[in-house]
Design a protein around this ligand. Structure first.
Ligand SMILES: [Zn+2]
Ligand SMILES: [Zn+2]
Length: 364
C-alpha cells in the first residue's frame, strides 16, 4: 500500500483509505491480495474518488498482454490504433513503450542459419521462412483438393467414374498446379496482390464469415517466432459458403445431372480454393476463403447458399477463340435458351439468334 500510495501520489493520511479493485470492479482486500496471481491488473482509488474505468484502455491492455505473449511485433499496428483520440494518454504511451521493448527483431530474418530457433522441428529441406509458409498454404489447398476428390468419387457405383467427374478433378488439379496451390497467400515476399499479409508477414483476421471485419483485432505474424508459427496453424481459411455442407454436395449433384458437362467449374474452383477479395463488391468472381482466428471461425452452419444461376455454363470448349460458336454449340445454345433463359452467363459477340436472346436475358 505504501508503494502504491507513493506511485500514484496519494497523501500519507489517505493510505488506510485506498481501495484496490480488479479490472472487473471486484474489491480486493488484504487476504485476497495475497492470493492474486502475479501480474494481475489492479485499479486503486480513494473511496470518494469517481472511478471512471476506461474500458478502451482496459481492453487494449488485455489485448496487448496477449500480444506480448504471442506476437511481439505488433507495435506499429497498435500504434496506429493508439494515435486515435481519446486514448493518446499516459497509459497508452506506457503500454506502447512496453510493447516496443518486448518486440523482438527476429521477424525480418529469413534463413535457417540466421534464425535457427524458428525452424526447430521442421524438415531440413526448408531453408527460408517464406518457403515454410508457402508450403503451409499449399498443404491446406492440397487438403481441400483431396477432400473434393474424395467426395466426388465417393459412392460412385460404376468404374471408371463418369467423365464429368474425372474432368472436374482434372480441372481443379490443373488450376491449382498453375497457381502453385495459391501458396503466395502466406508468402510475405509475394506481390501485394497475391499475399494475404503485409511485407513483414503480419496477418489480420478477416472476421467471421457474415461480418466485414474482425470485431476483436486479431493479428498474427507467424514469421516472428516458432510459437507464432505454430499458433498460426490454428488460424483457419474458412469457406464462407461452406465446402462440406454446401459446395461439394451441389458440385457433385450438378456433375451427375443431365447438364453435368456444362458445370461452371471455374466458379466452383473459386468457391473451393480462392481467397475472398473483400475489396471488391462483386460476388461472382471474388473467391470464397477468409483467413480467420479460431475465435472468429463460426462452425455452425453458415446461412449462405450457392447462386443457382452460376452453377452451369451455357457454352463449352467448342467455342472458337474469336467468340463464335461451332454449329454444334449454337444448336445446343438455341435449344437451351428456349428452355431456360436465365442460366445464360456470358456475353458473346456473335449474331446468332440464340446468342442475342442470351444477351437480352443476361443475369444482373
Ligand atoms: Zn477475428
Ligand atoms: Zn468453417
Amino acid at each position: 500500500m505504501k508503494k502504491c500510495r507513493r506511485k500514484f501520489g496519494y497523501k500519507k493520511s489517505d493510505e488506510k483509505d485506498i481501495v484496490v479493485y480488479l479490472t472487473d470492479d471486484t474489491q480486493v482486500d488484504d487476504e485476497y491480495f495475497e492470493i492474486l496471481p502475479a501480474g494481475t491488473h489492479l485499479r486503486v482509488s480513494l473511496p470518494g474518488e469517481v472511478t471512471t474505468p476506461n474500458d478502451y484502455i482496459q481492453q487494449l491492455s488485455t489485448f496487448l498482454h496477449r500480444c506480448l505473449q504471442q506476437e511481439p511485433n505488433l507495435h506499429q499496428r497498435v500504434y496506429e490504433c493508439l494515435k486515435e483520440p481519446p486514448t493518446s494518454d499516459g497509459a497508452a504511451a506506457a503500454l506502447l513503450t512496453l510493447l516496443a521493448r518486448a518486440a523482438s527483431d527476429t521477424v525480418s530474418l529469413t534463413s535457417r542459419d540466421k534464425d535457427p530457433e524458428w525452424f526447430k522441428g521442421l524438415d531440413t529441406k526448408f531453408n527460408t521462412k517464406e518457403g515454410v509458409m508457402r508450403n503451409s498454404c499449399e498443404s491446406r489447398m492440397r487438403g481441400y483438393f483431396q477432400h473434393t476428390r474424395r467426395e466426388l468419387l465417393a459412392d460412385i457405383p460404376h468404374h471408371p467414374p463418369p467423365p464429368h467427374i474425372t474432368n472436374a478433378i482434372t480441372f481443379f488439379r490443373h488450376h491449382l498446379h498453375q497457381t502453385r496451390h495459391n501458396s503466395s497467400y502466406f508468402d510475405r515476399s509475394a506481390s501485394d496482390s497475391e499475399r494475404l499479409c503485409d511485407d513483414k508477414g503480419l496477418f489480420s483476421c478477416e472476421g467471421p464469415y457474415d461480418q466485414h471485419t474482425c470485431p476483436s483485432l486479431h493479428f498474427i505474424n507467424p514469421y516472428t517466432s516458432r510459437e507464432a508459427r505454430i499458433i498460426f496453424s490454428t488460424w483457419n481459411l474458412d469457406h464462407v459458403i461452406e465446402k462440406s455442407r454446401t459446395v461439394l454436395p451441389i458440385l457433385k449433384a450438378s456433375l451427375s445431372s443431365k447438364r453435368g458437362q456444362n458445370v461452371n467449374l471455374q466458379y466452383f474452383h473459386q468457391l473451393l480454393f480462392l481467397h475472398k477479395d473483400t475489396t471488391t463488391t462483386t460476388t461472382t468472381s471474388s473467391g470464397n476463403l477468409k483467413l480467420v482466428h479460431v475465435a472468429c471461425h463460426d462452425k455452425k452452419p453458415h446461412q449462405l447458399k450457392i447462386e443457382p444461376k452460376y452453377i452451369y455454363l451455357i457454352e463449352d470448349s467448342t467455342d472458337n477463340i474469336d467468340g463464335s460458336h461451332t454449329s454444334h454449340t449454337r444448336k445446343r445454345l438455341q435449344h437451351y435458351n428456349t428452355r431456360s433463359k436465365k442460366h445464360c452467363l456470358r456475353t458473346t459477340t456473335t449474331t446468332t439468334t440464340g446468342t442475342r436472346r442470351c444477351e437480352k436475358s443476361q443475369v444482373k
